[in-house]
Design a protein around this ligand. Structure first.
Ligand code: ATP
Length: 288
């Protein structure tokens, strides 16, 4: 039997870093929302007991470095599963882009194998298992919109943000999250106001959402990769209402409400950036 599951990307409406913990992780506060840009994960049962990764994308590792592989391995070991699984990853989300592609593939694999192997786990149980694999996996298990605290695994669900378009542009570089955190100076962080963003979302106030977006990692990545700043400036120039880098970058997203403006920004960015997407936010979170 083969089942297919959607693994949507996320953007950060806010990303704040509060401090560095004694275990080496940073304590963060992030408001994230899933968007309609998804990988497609196919899960096929095999009888040889092996976990296999199949992907046409040369940037996707096909061994235990793949987060989807790790997700299958954790479940197989925890629940003493003898069957194997072949995991096909149709990659639409740019890799190493700040969009949590790998984490979302892992989350989708956990949700899918819960069905395929009849494990009967709740989403909360799946999210807890996900947190062992990566800090963004718990959020990706639920999707929708949420505040994530701790190292990213403590999730509080939020309503969907006001309806708008999200335009994404990714320069042709990958950014290592670890490098960005290494270059982060905790003394000089510009903290976004998470509470103000939560209020803006709860009130469905688009202007306030645009005003409150902020990312403490942005200035670090901008210093390392000036081309990200260039994309930000161009998005503003073409008419986006708000522009921010997602995660540790390098993807930049812009928010806009009107189709005519969306078209202008999209066309303008396509002139010099080969990966540009125009998508909606995904309001609903997963229920199983
Ligand atoms: P995050 O926003 O969670 O920091 P990201 O979007 O910046 O993640 P990913 O696309 O998840 O980054 O890729 C980061 C690295 O993870 C890649 O360089 C790749 O080697 C590795 N990786 C592991 N599993 C996957 C996967 N399923 N898809 C893509 N990359 C993966």
């Amino acid at each position: 039997m083969t089942i297919f599951i959607k693994a949507p990307a996320k953007i950060n409406l806010t990303l704040d870093v509060l401090n560095k913990r004694s275990d080496g992780y940073h304590e963060v506060e992030m408001i994230m929302t899933t968007i309609d840009l998804s990988d497609r994960i196919g899960l096929s049962e095999t009888t040889d007991g092996e976990i296999r990764i199949i992907s046409q994308n040369r940037f996707v590792p096909d061994d235990q470095r793949n987060l989807a592989f790790q997700a299958a391995k954790v479940l197989k070991e925890k629940f003493h599963i003898n069957q194997g699984v072949s995991i096909t990853i149709d990659k639409m989300i740019p890799v190493a882009a700040g969009l949590a592609g790998g984490s979302s593939d892992a989350a989708a694999t956990l949700r899918g194998l819960n069905k395929l192997w009849n494990l009967g786990l709740t989403l909360d149980e799946i999210a807890e298992i996900g947190s062992e694999i990566g800090s963004d996996v718990s959020f990706c298990v639920y999707g929708g919109t949420a505040l994530a605290k701790g190292r990213g695994e403590k999730i509080t669900h939020l309503p969907a943000p006001p309806n708008c378009w999200v335009i994404l542009a990714k320069p042709s570089i990958g950014v290592s999250t670890a490098d960005v955190y290494r270059n982060l100076n905790l003394e000089s962080i510009q903290h976004p106001n998470s509470q103000a963003m939560i209020q803006a979302i709860q009130q469905g106030n688009y202007q306030s959402v645009c005003k409150e977006i902020g990312n403490a990692l942005e200035s670090v990545t901008l210093k390392m990769h000036p081309e990200v700043q260039h994309i930000k400036e161009q998005m503003f120039r073409f008419g986006a209402d708000a522009v921010l880098m997602s995660g540790s970058g390098p993807t930049v997203f812009g928010l806009v409400q009107y189709d005519s403006r969306l078209q202008r920004i999209y066309n303008g960015l396509r002139g010099f950036c080969d990966q540009v997407f125009a998508v909606r936010m995904l309001g609903d979170r997963f229920t199983k």
